[in-house]
Design a protein around this ligand. Structure first.
Ligand SMILES: Cc1cc2nc3c(=O)[nH]c(=O)nc-3n(C[C@H](O)[C@H](O)[C@H](O)COP(=O)(O)OP(=O)(O)OC[C@H]3O[C@@H](n4cnc5c(N)ncnc54)[C@H](O)[C@@H]3O)c2cc1C
Length: 491
């Protein structure tokens, strides 16, 4: 039997550490969990509401999850996988509501229909094929499709008004079961629930500065109190680096050989936001389109209804920006600190082999506000510049992996674990917070493979579909009947 963790340190208080804290506590109530967060607030980096798009990624609307090959065949495997992972998240969040870890689901999750919207023959054909395949699957059976201007206008007036129905071919899909999630609020509610029950300790304004492996197999974590300037050392037999964009830097400090395979490149984000009530009231959906050539998958444009702290607004973007910081509240030196003799070669190789992406990023950085409004007009033809302001979003670190000397861009989420499973980091940000529960379950499986047999029944108490095949129609219906009610999804 492998050694199970008794003393655990989590670096960073974002949605990933919040999720892992609950899972670990349920598996072993006696476990000692210490969380260190360098900011003075919890869930304030990428997990905070306006730092991400808040889309409950379920593959209802994201066209990049269903690629089409050169023979015109649409592959839905990734979409099904992400949809299943989001159902897992909803089951887990329902458990949190039912067990008083979180109090008000309506504060972190709002029903918001998910739509895909395209124009032009090729993209309309693609959307139709995508719909025909997905709607056969139990997870997508409620999906609707239309090429009719009036129907699409019923779903979302803004995207149709001002278009010439006779001159332009458009199509849209609509899923009523879509969600908008305030991951920052969810993170804060989870940590509050854990702290109220005295199940963890959490210190804000405490930055993890170094990680050293001790001879007895434990980790010594050097933590700086940013208020007093004092350092302390805390020991743990398991460390999770949930530092978001800062994870690469902490991972490098651990010195584990697995860290040498990775590097990162920061990509900032920016939204256009509208708070004009006349405009806002005409839109109640998240409308995703197709990415431009060279754009990374997370840069797919979308026009979203957001309700944050009770205030409704519209959000469009993301536009890419450039900064050398790995975190929004990070340091301009982050990128330079992460480059070393071991990774400079494959990082440069990655840049040379991804000229499309480089060109896209340069073009994005050069865009004026008026040019951004022109891009918005592709989704909302009657948009007026005076109704919109620019707002900085969260920072992402694009993961680059060394594969035989070549730097390969990784667009998903990467879990990097030491060979003995005593330290693990989560890198990357897509599909991100929506699939945090599956990501943390995968992490447990990687770090403690032999313990999972004992833990699975406990996990199943939180996530009833755990270990089952969520492609089964009856199971999907049962799971959704519960989560829709508990999380008040179809209000
Ligand atoms: C523009 C944008 C749009 C996105 N849209 C979506 C979306 O629509 N849906 C979705 O599901 N996901 C989305 N994501 C991804 C999602 O935001 C992230 O996957 C998720 O928030 C990551 O959570 P985390 O806990 O890993 O990191 P974070 O929330 O960033 O938390 C990490 C924490 O670690 C702290 N920290 C860092 N270093 C240290 C240190 N050394 N010591 C102590 N503390 C430290 C930081 O201060 C921070 O609080 C988006 C991300 C971005 C940037």
């Amino acid at each position: 039997m492998e050694k199970q963790p008794q003393e655990v340190v989590l670096v960073g208080a974002g949605i990933m550490s919040a999720t892992l804290s609950i899972l670990l506590k349920k598996i072993n109530p006696a476990i000692k969990i210490s969380v260190f967060e360098k900011l003075d607030k919890i869930g304030f980096e990428s997990s905070d509401a306006f730092n991400n798009a808040g889309t409950g990624h379920s593959a209802f609307c994201e066209l990049n999850y269903t690629p089409i090959d050169k023979n015109g065949v649409v592959n839905i495997d990734k979409a099904i996988n992400i949809a299943k992972q989001f159902e897992t998240s909803k089951e887990f969040w329902s458990y949190l509501v039912e067990n008083n870890y979180v109090s008000s689901p309506e504060k972190f999750l709002r029903p918001t229909p998910h739509m895909s919207f395209v124009w032009g023959d090729d993209d309309v054909n693609f959307l139709k094929k995508r719909y025909e395949k997905l709607s056969q699957h139990p997870l997508f059976k409620e999906m609707e499709y239309s090429e009719d201007f009036n129907k699409i206008k019923e779903w979302s007036p803004l995207i149709v008004e001002g278009r010439d129905a006779a001159a332009e071919k458009v199509a849209a899909t609509h899923m009523n079961l879509g969600t908008d999630v305030n991951f920052g609020e969810l993170t804060r509610q989870i940590f509050k629930g854990l702290l109220d029950k005295n199940e963890i300790t959490l210190e804000t304004e405490h930055e993890v500065k170094d990680l050293t492996r001790l001879n007895n197999g434990k980790w010594a974590i050097k933590v700086k109190d940013l208020k007093s300037g004092n350092n302390k050392s805390v020991n743990a037999d398991f460390v999770f680096i949930g530092a978001g964009g800062g994870a690469i830097l902490s991972l490098q400090k651990s010195g584990i050989p697995e860290a040498k395979k990775f590097g990162g490149f920061p990509v900032g984000g920016q939204w256009l936001i509208c708070q004009n009530e006349e405009v806002i009231k005409k839109h109640h959906a998240k409308v995703y389109g197709k990415a431009k050539l060279g754009a990374p998958p997370m840069s797919v444009p979308h026009l979203d209804t957001r309700v944050i702290d009770g205030k409704q607004s519209l959000l469009f973007g993301p536009f890419a920006t450039f900064s050398t910081k790995f975190l929004k509240y990070g340091s301009n030196c982050d990128l330079f600190k992460s480059v070393n003799l071991g990774n400079v070669g494959f990082l440069m190789n990655c840049g040379i082999n991804n000229m499309d992406l480089t060109k896209y990023l340069v073009e994005q950085v050069m865009l004026s506000k008026a040019q951004k409004i022109e891009e918005l007009k592709e989704y909302y033809p009657e948009a007026k510049i005076e109704d919109w302001f620019e707002q900085t979003a969260g920072q992402r670190v694009q993961v680059i992996e060394n594969q035989n000397g070549k730097g390969i861009l990784k667009f998903g989420t990467e879990i990097v674990t030491s060979q003995d499973g005593s330290i693990s980091a989560l890198l990357g940000a897509s599909p991100g917070a929506s699939t945090s529960v599956s990501a943390m379950l995968d992490l447990l499986g990687q770090c403690f493979p032999k313990s999972m047999n004992d833990w699975n029944p406990l996990i199943k108490q939180m996530i009833p579909s755990h270990g089952e095949d969520l492609t089964n129609a009856e199971l999907v219906d049962a799971s959704r009947a519960r989560t829709t009610k508990v999380l008040k999804i179809l209000d």
